[in-house]
Design a protein around this ligand. Structure first.
Ligand code: FAD
Length: 327
């Protein structure tokens, strides 16, 4: 079993995770970001107008800017899902869905939220290969094609309006027969609506080609498509963290003012943590607090007699990093 060793492993590639990574890497700590996707919730925001110092920008581009800053200091990125965490004498072992194992002196959990999934076994096989959880990000790739959308409510309305205007055909799958999005969907001649149905199977080779729906009575419908979009909101997926953190009644991780959890060496940041306001700038700033604390923790574990309270010095950028960017 190959084990990659890092000073700091950051779980989550949203604005909190990449802000933390920028700081740990600038201090010369070997840093990995493991993330299901790049951008997190911000990739669903078509425009951000309230991030200080940045004029209107798409949410994804805002995170990509921070990611590029972090990459330029040597951060390595793995697209994967963390499913296991263990405390060891040396620090932590972090396990991923793809079977990778990481050794880390310190871990920063910045895994705010991830898109809700259908919960079908074959789902993982088609992510990025015809299955997307973000209409605004990937919809434009399917201009003139046949697509299916699983969604509801306000988000369903927004997505129907967008997809119906660019796709040849849209199959809209919505669980409630009284969902407000249905009336809007009816306005488009290229939209077929399936209420009370759910997607139960996905088929394809290199790419997703067909979905199977089932209604309440167990009747099956097979539909050939070029892409399936699933927008059902977000959820936290932090079972692996639970033994190491305290959570409040909303399931938010409790940290102190240094971003410390109850487990030494494990820090948390961003929307994941207990905070009354969920905003990009707040997530970024808590990522930085967790990073500064993790840096001091790693120094102390390494027996280095130094600590930092700020990060002002000009640092050398590195050339090696881009080639290590692991998507
Ligand atoms: C539609 C929308 C519009 C918004 N508009 C604004 C706005 O205009 N201004 C503003 O300030 N804020 C806005 N927000 C809020 C803002 O997006 C969040 O506060 C911010 O993105 C939180 O960042 P984060 O890094 O903490 O978490 P997230 O953005 O949730 O990122 C978490 C990351 O962790 C990853 N992850 C989760 N679980 C795992 C795991 N087990 N293993 C590996 N990776 C994992 C996810 O894939 C994701 O990349 C908006 C949010 C949404 C949904």
């Amino acid at each position: 079993m190959d084990v990659e060793s890092y000073d700091v492993v950051i779980i989550g590639g949203g604005i909190a995770g990449f802000s933390a990574a920028l700081y740990t890497a600038r201090q010369g700590l070997k840093t990995a970001v493991i993330t299901i996707d790049i951008g997190g919730q911000l990739s669903y925001a078509s425009v951000i107008e309230n991030y200080p110092g940045v004029e209107a920008i798409s949410g994804l581009n805002l995170v990509l800017k921070v990611q590029n800053q972090a990459l330029s200091y040597g951060v390595e990125v793995y697209i994967d899902e963390v499913i296991g965490l263990e405390k060891t004498d040396q620090g932590f072992l972090v396990r991923t869905k793809k079977g990778l194992v990481f050794n880390a002196i310190s871990v920063i959990a910045a895994c705010g939220k991830a898109p809700k999934r259908l919960g079908i076994e074959s789902e993982d096989n088609f992510i990025g290969r015809g299955l997307s959880y973000c209409v605004i990000c990937d919809g434009p790739l399917y201009r003139g094609k046949d697509v299916a959308l699983v969604s509801f409510g306000e988000k369903g309305i927004e997505n129907i309006q967008f997809l119906a205007s660019i796709a040849r055909k849209v199959y809209y799958i919505v669980s409630s027969e009284r969902d407000p999005s249905i009336e809007i969907a009816k306005e488009y001649s290229n939209v077929s609506i399936f209420t009370g149905h759910r997607v139960v199977e996905l088929y394809g080779g290199q790419k997703l080609e067909k979905i199977v729906l089932v209604d309440k009575n167990g009747n099956r419908v097979e539909i050939n498509i070029d892409a399936l979009f699933v927008e059902l909101g977000f959820e936290t997926r932090i079972d692996f963290l639970k033994p190491f953190v305290d959570v409040n009644d909303k399931g938010e991780v409790i940290v102190d003012k240094y971003g410390r959890t109850k487990t030494e060496g494990l820090f948390a940041a961003g929307d994941l943590v207990e905070t009354p306001y969920k905003q990009a700038v707040i997530a970024a700033s808590s990522g930085v607090i967790a990073a500064l604390s993790a840096i001091n923790y790693v120094y102390s574990v390494k027996g280095l007699r130094r600590s930092i309270v700020s990060d002002w010095m000009k640092k050398q950028k590195t050339e090696r990093v881009i080639s290590k960017f692991r998507l």
